[in-house]
Design a protein around this ligand. Structure first.
Ligand code: ADP
Ligand code: NA
Length: 337
């Protein structure tokens, strides 16, 4: 009864790294280009659950907009908007908050993790999964592309829909998760960890805004398992083999290489036959630069035209308000207010 619709959000964190790009943005572009109904929200309200520098936030929002456009999000096809400009989200958040329980929210693993080291826990950190539910429900999304770490939050959204619908009528679809087989990208310097903006070593992350030179340097400094000083190598440990369990570093480079070129890891290893890992890094650096150069060029072009970016967000805001106000009209009526 509900038309298929995808919804996802991303925090305005400024620079986007390869993990975010390959793990999230590439999937959105694929969904969009396959003709799906997709809505993307730059979730600035969520970013306020930890202190933000208010003078920097407007630029970060523009940078995220420019990044999404440069990666292929087309605002004619996809509804792209800034969360805080659509107050229907926070209104629905209140209604959903009134049917959520403290016990349910307190058990969410992300809350436990994020609050563990805080002596004063902000209420927003506790309730933000309810705002996530409101984001999804206000748009009546049927499908939500999520990382595995967000599955419990989506389950909360599903529970809230069941509860709301059983009390007030069949207003919302139950949103399904869409866990795609996306590449998990690892840190370049500490490949046992995932690539993350919270990594303190900036050489661990490749950002879409990095220069060609800096990308090449980072890849050359990436940790691989053996050094070129090893000379006895019966198992081809100096060579390029894809072994994600035992050779995290090289395999991570192959994963990145594969995701950006569309070649399979097997094909990559075959082509790299006879190369040691140091030489292979040159190949990876060249191909990563080839893939990222056009994105970086577009990103910089968009950033030179902030008025265009503001226009895109403004038009997305109007579309999002039209859609969510229809939902909220039904919700208010069913609540009796
Ligand atoms: P970060 O870990 O840098 O803080 P976020 O948690 O903000 O990144 O994640 C934003 C999106 O990017 C999520 O959809 C998440 O699943 C994806 N993502 C983040 N890091 C990686 C990674 N190393 N590999 C694949 N996907 C990732
Ligand atoms: Na994170």
């Amino acid at each position: 009864k509900f038309p298929k619709k995808y919804f996802s959000g991303i925090q305005p964190t400024g620079a986007i790294h390869l993990g975010n790009y390959l793990g999230a943005i590439v999937q959105w572009v694929k969904l969009q280009d396959a003709g799906n109904n997709l809505t993307l929200s730059i979730v600035d309200l969520h970013s306020l659950t930890i202190p933000q520098k208010s003078l920097e936030l407007p630029q970060k929002i523009l940078e995220m907009t420019a990044t999404l456009l440069a990666c292929g999000i087309d605002p004619q096809k996809t509804v792209l908007f800034q969360q805080s400009t659509v107050p229907q989200h926070t209104e629905l958040y209140w209604y959903l908050g009134c049917i959520s329980t403290m016990a349910r929210l307190g058990h969410l693993p992300q809350f436990k993790e994020k609050s563990a080291n805080l002596k004063d826990i902000p209420l927003g950190l506790f309730t933000y999964p309810v705002l996530q539910a409101a984001d999804i429900l206000a748009h009546k999304a049927t499908h939500v592309p999520v990382g595995e770490d967000q599955l419990q939050h989506l389950q909360l959204s599903q529970d809230l829909v069941r509860m709301f619908n059983s009390r007030y009528g069949n207003i919302f679809p139950i949103p399904k998760s869409l866990v795609t087989e996306t590449a998990r990208i690892r840190s370049l310097r500490e490949p046992e960890k995932k690539m993350s903006k919270s990594d303190t070593d900036s050489k661990s992350c490749i950002y879409l805004t990095d220069t060609e030179d800096s990308i090449t340097k980072k890849i050359k400094k990436a940790v691989t398992d053996f050094t070129s000083e090893v000379t006895y190598d019966p198992l081809n440990r100096l060579g390029v083999t894809y072994d994600p369990l035992n050779r995290l570093g090289v395999s991570n480079l192959i994963t990145i290489h594969s995701a950006l070129t569309g070649k399979s890891p097997e094909a990559i290893c075959k082509e790299a036959k006879g190369l040691n890992t140091a030489k292979y890094k040159d190949v990876v650096a060249a191909d990563v630069n080839h893939a990222l150069a056009p994105i970086r060029r577009k990103l910089n072009e968009y950033l030179e035209d902030p008025q265009y970016l503001l226009d895109v967000l403004n038009s997305g805001k109007h579309k999002a308000i039209d859609i969510t106000e229809k939902t909220l009209t039904e919700v208010r009526y069913s609540l009796g207010i």
